[in-house]
Design a protein around this ligand. Sequence first.
Ligand code: PLP
Length: 486
Amino acid sequence: MSEADTSAARDDELEAFRRASHAAVDGVADHLAGLPSGPVWQPLPAALRKQLLDLPLPEHPVALDDLVATALRDVLPHAMGNGHPAFFGWVNPPPSRAGVMASLAAAAMNPSVVSGDHADVHLERAVVRWLAELVGFPHAPGAGLLTSGGSVATIVCLAGARNRALAAAGHDVRGDGLAGAPQLTAYVPAEAHSCVRRALELLGLGSGAMRKVPLEGGRLDATALRASIAADRASGALPALLVGSAGTVNTGAIDPLEALADVATAEELWFHVDGAYGAFGVLDPAIATRYRGMEQADSLVLDPHKWLGVPVDAGCALVQRGDDLRDAFSLIPPYLRHDTDAPVGTFAEHGLEQTRPFRALKTWATIAARGRAGIAAQVARANALARELATLVESEPELELAAAPETSIVAFRARPAACPPAGLDELNRALPEAVQARGRTFVTGTIFAGRETLRACILHPDTGSEHLATLLAEVVATARTLSAAE
Ligand SMILES: Cc1ncc(COP(=O)(O)O)c(C=O)c1O
């Protein structure tokens, strides 16, 4: 091919990209516009499910226009449901429009965000600082990074905790592994997210070294906790870590962070706060004081892909001392040396990933498109809706509230008149899927205080009172139908 032909082919390719991308943007905008009027979720038609599962590997190129058409026809209409304002499942908001838009530009740049003098690296440093500022956590350059989510951010933070504790005990875990190391113990509230246990297991502490933090009705029994720590010390173990939740996944409860911080300071434990779901709740003036103590944590996990609505994936690990992460992770092969990063280190020196996606652009766009005030207003509105939902639950005889909401999660149970008390657990376990199948709302379940419980998590900026009413009407009607069928 002549040079002129090559250049013409390149122009054609770019033109095809421009045309198909415009069609994709139009299709995505139509999809977003149509979401509120469609079913919240519906099962995939069996034939389409099979078609997707059995997709043959294409031997020859497929035109971009055709790729867009297929995606718009076969994929976008069959979403998880979190784009709909009557979706209350798990902890999954819709993506911010600004974040969706920025994702295209980030993919077009396609950097590996590790180090160097390119915009993505500097933007991630700024965005991590913004996130710390949003929740009032102290921040020094290098003391945090974006991750794929809260689970990985937790592993990152707890690796820092483990290594610092073992280093202080004179054990080189990076060189020697855990063989011969003192047994570390971790103090973890019963309602902590499962990712904390998984991190401890992965880091070799073992879930057997987890002690329950004595929390009764949200109050810490500091005397009992300190007695448990003393007993562990007396038996030769090394108490190392204390965990608190700034918003539990089951009920959105905020642990007494200040009291936990006091114990951690007195006992010289690493204090870790899981704020993946709830830390942004601190922006609501009505509950801000409940978060006192969060700023004292040695490490804090946030999930911008939860309450902020940054398109998945975007988690964040923040620490007081960047060197704690650098000590745990830094390993620079000669081919990756970059002397200009020396003072703060590269992102790869602070976490698990080497090649890292450009998560900062969608996070930047999501925050900037609303500003701190806009985000705070949305957070406060979600919390107010949760209180409204709790009041509605309490006024409905066939429902009962499992816990008063502190943030934007409401845990409740159905108790239809026709269902005997002994059947309530079975009924509440079956309810979420039965409600989801009706397509008008979407709620998920959990076990709270030993009982099958529904939990409604309010994160969609367009959720309103009408959607709360739909949720409760659907739960009551479905519970009656299920009990009648028994
Ligand atoms: C309180 C809490 N912590 C941690 C996580 C884990 O975060 P991710 O799903 O981003 O890994 C979740 C997820 O729902 C959560 O709600």
